[in-house]
Design a binder for this molecule. Structure first.
Ligand SMILES: Nc1ncnc2c1ncn2[C@@H]1O[C@H](COP(=O)(O)OP(=O)(O)OP(=O)(O)O)[C@@H](O)[C@H]1O
Ligand SMILES: [Mg+2]
Length: 357
């Protein structure tokens, strides 16, 4: 699926624009603070109808402006046009899908598919376990509705159970054991199944990037908690600790995805380039999952991804990014010499918010 036209008004520092976009995508070049990330943010906005940085809409609107508007024309998917208007007065967001306004913004999500890699996403490899759990939850929720439902049930049961533990009411806490266990077993089961499948893909992606040391990806969680029957004894055994700490100490909300290079934990011992490579590999796996679930190739948005890589890895990554002709790629770099050799994408310059093909 492709973005063929983008029209933006009042969006961050970008000058108002209305442009056709090349089918292959575009490499955005420009000095710092010119608007490269802002343009990627505008391209991504109609994916979730919010900022990919998680910024609130009032921060996306141009400083002191009345609001912003993003319109896109698409091809290769079920939807042809998406539009979003955010108005500062009343802080209202209006979303339009092919000329019609859905009841809720969530109903418009899915018309335009893209996966973004931002500088902070290296946290997938270097950050706390919560980042990787978030990755798993996002990925599995997108591709499996039953996972999403199990996650909602698990979170509700966990919140109630923890609240009872905090109040010193273990009897009340145990009332939530059954829903916690049922949803928890489903989550752990689906996560472990995913990890077993993704381990080879992770290794292959890193090898493709030029990583010579062996790599591993595995799910680390409570022993056997993918089985519903393992939960009752595990919760019983953990209860004294749960009571003392006032929180549930076992379950998928404590688990992690362990990444290793050369037999060592990537988070503690990986080099900067290795960690960034692993984070990019996870994003490429996310992209493949989305493609398989939706039957169309999502776009890939990469903000400043090449800087940490040596020439060889840059070249390999460029090759990997462009190896799928249906994939539209948008990327940014501050200097032309940071663009890897062999990257054949139209180059646009971004200067003081203006986009110059
Ligand atoms: N809501 C806003 N309204 C106007 N300008 C904004 C807004 N938010 C951010 N800016 C400014 O827009 C400019 C461009 O930011 P952007 O992040 O797009 O730069 P960039 O080209 O990606 O730079 P870098 O190479 O440093 O990442 C910055 O000076 C930033 O302060
Ligand atoms: Mg930037």
């Amino acid at each position: 699926m492709r973005l063929c036209r983008l029209a933006v008004r009042g969006f961050r520092n970008l000058a108002d624009l209305d442009r056709e976009l090349p089918a292959a995508g575009v490499a955005l070049l420009g000095a710092n603070a010119q608007g490269k990330t802002s343009l990627l943010e505008a391209v991504y906005y109609p994916v979730l109808f919010r900022s990919f940085r998680g910024a609130p809409d009032q921060e996306v609107a141009r400083f002191g402006g009345p609001g912003f508007r993003v319109e896109v024309q698409l091809e290769g998917g079920a939807v042809q046009e998406l539009g979003a208007t955010w108005t500062a007065v009343g802080r209202r967001k209006r979303v339009v899908v092919d000329g019609r306004e859905p009841g809720r913004v969530a109903e418009a999500v899915g018309g335009w598919l893209a996966v973004s890699f931002l500088p902070d996403d290296v946290g997938l490899a270097t950050g706390a376990a919560a980042e990787r759990r978030g990755y798993l939850d996002r990925l599995l929720s997108l591709t499996d509705r039953r996972y999403l439902s199990a996650l909602a049930r698990y979170r509700a049961a966990l919140a109630q159970r923890n609240s009872a533990l905090r109040q010193g009411r273990p009897d009340l806490a145990q009332a939530f054991d059954a829903p916690l266990a049922t949803a928890g077993a489903e989550i752990v089961g689906k996560r472990t199944a995913w990890a077993a499948h993704a381990a080879d893909r992770f290794a292959a992606e890193l090898e493709c990037l030029g990583e010579r040391a062996g790599t591993r990806l595995r799910y680390r969680g409570g022993e056997g908690l993918a089985e519903r029957s393992a939960w009752d004894p595990a919760l019983r055994a953990a209860l004294p600790r749960d009571r003392a700490r006032g929180t549930t100490t076992i379950g998928p909300h404590r688990d992690d995805l362990v990444l290793e290079v050369g037999g060592k934990a990537l988070r503690e011992f990986g080099s900067n380039g290795q960690q960034r490579g692993a984070a990019v590999a996870l994003k490429l796996i996310e992209l493949a999952g989305l493609r398989d679930a939706r039957g169309t190739e999502p776009a890939l948005l990469l903000d400043d991804v090449f800087a940490a890589f040596d020439r060889e890895r840059q070249r390999r990554l460029a090759h990997r990014l462009l190896d799928t002709p249906e994939r539209q790629v948008f990327l940014t770099a501050p200097r032309p010499d940071e663009l890897p050799p062999g990257l054949v994408l139209p180059v646009w310059r971004v200067e003081a918010g203006k986009v110059i093909p």
